[in-house]
Design a protein around this ligand. Structure first.
Ligand SMILES: NC(=O)c1ccc[n+]([C@@H]2O[C@H](COP(=O)([O-])OP(=O)(O)OC[C@H]3O[C@@H](n4cnc5c(N)ncnc54)[C@H](OP(=O)(O)O)[C@@H]3O)[C@@H](O)[C@H]2O)c1
Length: 316
């Protein structure tokens, strides 16, 4: 069974489940199957995962509805993380930032309806809006908290300066940013900020959008897959970045583990208040990923992973 970790004063399983791929972004549309996703969610719960990450723009909207079908009598036993501030228009694949207070207020009401719950456990500002003072966006989230619609607040992809501003207004329970063996920017300022301020850190895309699992050898993506336009998944970048996977595979072989498990175990080793949310719609991948919690990386392993080659290609 999984251990528990603290995101501020919110207790969650040490590994969560990222749900976006059940409704969008990864693979072709025909590969996303509601009953298979519900099965993955059920099995994740049985394996001890209590932390489920969604957002209003996943789908859009359908991912929250999917989670509502899973919740049922488990509501009190799980932590639901959802977000607002990124908008994806139905039928398009582009996201637009909108963190205007009135939008965030409406978005929260609608997320509660779709999830069919009374209160969101942790509500993330999905992106800081360059067109809106951050105090206004965070102020709206604080009002939602005071009104009892959300319990805890988090923020995604914020800078240290932005974290200082919002944390002074009202506690940040967790910061969510991309972090993995091939995206390590957060360790410079953001993870230390979280440690210094009693906040948790939730790495998204901990598997490098699937690349670090060692299962992506070519740029053969469906048009509907966000990786089809991501520079890190261009043909040349995929070829160059195989050297990263090979380094991870060496450590994995020593443990009788998979590269995905090592990528997650490495994140778990980076701090006590860090809770990765590997994303998958597949039971087998979820089971494999949960297995990362049993792996103790040695100093030699950590040194090998520290020495992985630099990543080729920007992350967006
Ligand atoms: N705050 C933000 O701005 C933000 C941005 C992105 C994501 N997120 C959140 O973070 C979560 C995790 O990130 P992510 O899902 O984007 O990326 P990820 O977890 O790094 O990778 C997901 C991809 O890896 C594949 N995969 C998972 N486990 C695998 C395994 N053991 N072996 C082989 N392939 C495996 C999945 O395949 P299948 O598709 O076949 O399952 C999917 O294609 C998301 O689900 C979402 O909740 C937040």
């Amino acid at each position: 069974m999984l251990q528990q970790r603290q995101l501020g004063d919110l207790t969650v399983s040490e590994i969560g489940l990222g749900c976006v791929g059940m409704s969008a972004e990864y693979g072709a549309a025909h590969e996303r199957n509601e009953s298979a996703s519900l099965n993955t969610l059920e099995r994740a719960f049985e394996r001890g995962i209590t932390f489920y990450d969604t957002a209003d723009c996943y789908g859009p909207f359908t991912n929250e509805v999917l989670l509502s079908k899973f919740l049922g009598d488990k509501r009190e036993d799980v932590v639901i993380s959802t977000k607002a501030g990124l908008v994806r228009e139905t039928g398009t694949d582009t996201y637009v930032i909108n963190a205007r207070p009135e939008h965030l207020k409406t978005a929260c009401t609608e997320s509660l309806q779709r999830l069919n719950i009374e209160v969101v456990d942790i509500y993330f500002l999905h992106r800081v809006d360059p067109c809106v003072p951050i105090e206004d966006s965070w102020g709206a989230l604080l009002e939602l908290q005071q009104e009892g619609h959300v319990k805890h607040l988090g923020i995604c992809e914020a800078t240290r300066e932005q974290l200082d501003v919002v944390h002074r207004m009202g506690a940040v329970t967790a910061v969510q940013s991309e972090f993995s063996l091939w995206t390590r920017d957060a360790e410079e300022e953001i993870i230390p900020w979280c440690e210094a301020n009693g906040a948790g850190f939730v790495p998204f895309a901990p598997l490098g959008r699937g690349f670090l699992t060692g299962t992506i050898a070519s740029a053969d993506f469906d048009d509907d897959d966000i990786r089809s336009t991501n520079p890190r998944f261009a043909r040349e970048a995929i070829a160059a970045n195989q050297a990263i996977v090979e380094g991870i595979r060496t450590v994995a072989t020593n443990h009788g583990a998979t590269p995905a498990q090592i990528a997650i175990a490495w994140i778990l080793a980076q701090g006590e208040s860090i809770v990765p949310i590997p994303g998958t719609k597949q039971v087998a991948y979820m089971e494999e990923n949960v297995g990362a919690a049993t792996i103790d990386l040695t100093q030699t392993d950590l040194a090998l992973l520290e020495a992985l080659p630099p990543t080729v290609g920007s992350r967006y």
